[in-house]
Write a protein that binds this ligand. Structure first.
Ligand code: KIV
Length: 275
C-alpha cells in the first residue's frame, strides 16, 4: 500500500508509524520490500555516508544526489528528504526554491526541516507551494553548536514548555508530522497527546506515534551508535567475516573457481593464437 502524507496523518491514534533512513538505491530497495511506512533521506548521511563529524557540511546537492538514488527504488514508503543546514535559513524564497528542487528533481514527497516557531513563515510558504513539511524538534543536529554538543533537550520546565509551544506553532503553520529527537519520554508523550499530527520519535521514548532509526545504527554498522538506537541486526561482524573470507580465497587462488568464469567455445585456442 502506498504511504502518503494523508495516510500518515490518518494513522494517528490508530497505528504506529515506522520510518528508517536510506541514502542509496540498494538500501531503498530493501525498505521497499518491507512493511516500513517511510524512508527519510536524512542529512545524517553527512556522518554515516560521508564521514563528517556532524551534519553541517551537507549541501543541497548532496541531498539531491542521494534522494534521486533512493527515489528510484522507493514506491510504497512515503519518501521524505531533509532540507540541509542553510537551505531554509536565509530567506523564505530560498526555502521554497530548495525544497521545490528536492521534490521536482530529487523525487521526494515531503521535506523535513529542523526548528520551531522561528520557522513558521517558511513552513507556511512551503505548504502554500504544496510542499508537505515534516517538522523536527528537540535535539536537532543542525543546532549542535548552539546546544554545546549532542545533548538531551527539554530537561527544565522552561525548555519543555518551549518545545511544546514550538510543536503547537509548527503544527498550526502546517506540518503534517513532527520528529521528536533526544527529549525525555514524558515530555514526548505529553507533546504527542497534545497534537493532532503524528510525532515520530528518536531517543524520545515509546509515547510517540511512530519511531525512526538511522539505517547504520539499526543494522550495527555505524562508527558511533547513540544510546537510544537499538541494533536490530549486528551486521558489522558478518561483513568483516565476508571480507576475511574473500581475502583468503583470493590469496589462496581458490576464488574464482570455474563456476564463476565465462565458458567460451575454443577459448584456449583463441587465447593461444592471438599475438
Ligand atoms: O538526518 C536524520 O537521519 C534525521 C533523523 C535522525 C531523524 O534527521
Amino acid at each position: 500500500m502506498k504511504n502518503t502524507v494523508t495516510s500518515f496523518m490518518a494513522a494517528k491514534g490508530k497505528e504506529k508509524l515506522s520510518m528508517v533512513t536510506a541514502y542509496d538505491y540498494s538500501t531503498a530497495r530493501m525498505v521497499q520490500e518491507s512493511p516500513v511506512n517511510a524512508i527519510l533521506v536524512g542529512d545524517s548521511l553527512g556522518m554515516v555516508m560521508l564521514g563528517y563529524e556532524n551534519t553541517l557540511a551537507v549541501t543541497l546537492e548532496d541531498m539531491l544526489h542521494h534522494c534521486k538514488a533512493v527515489a528510484r527504488a522507493c514506491r510504497d514508503p512515503l519518501l521524505v528528504c531533509d532540507l540541509p543546514f542553510l537551505s531554509y535559513h536565509i530567506s523564505v524564497e530560498d526555502s521554497v526554491r530548495n525544497a521545490g528542487r528536492l521534490l521536482a528533481e530529487g523525487g521526494c514527497e515531503a521535506v523535513k526541516l529542523e526548528g520551531g516557531v522561528e520557522f513558521c513563515q517558511e513552513i507556511r510558504s512551503l505548504t502554500r507551494a504544496s510542499i508537505p513539511v515534516m517538522g523536527h524538534l528537540g535535539l536537532t543536529p543542525q543546532s549542535i553548536h548552539a546546544f554545546g554538543g549532542f545533548k538531551v533537550q527539554g530537561k527544565s520546565i522552561a525548555a519543555a514548555q518551549k518545545l511544546l509551544d514550538d510543536a503547537r506553532a509548527i503544527q498550526d503553520a502546517g506540518v503534517f508530522s513532527i520528529v521528536l529527537e533526544g527529549i525525555p519520554q514524558a515530555l514526548a508523550r505529553r507533546i504527542s497527546s497534545e497534537l493532532a499530527v503524528p510525532t515520530i520519535g528518536i531517543g524520545a521514548g515509546a509515547g510517540c506515534d511512530g519511531q525512526v532509526l538511522v539505517w547504520h545504527d539499526m543494522m550495527g554498522i555505524s562508527a558511533r551508535k547513540p544510546k537510544f538506537a537499538r541494533c536490530f541486526a549486528e551486521l558489522a561482524p558478518t561483513f568483516q567475516e565476508a571480507l576475511r573470507n574473500f581475502d583468503a580465497a583470493v590469496k589462496s587462488g581458490e576464488f574464482p573457481s570455474s563456476e564463476y568464469c565465462y565458458q567460451v567455445e575454443q577459448e584456449e585456442e583463441i587465447a593461444a593464437r592471438i599475438k
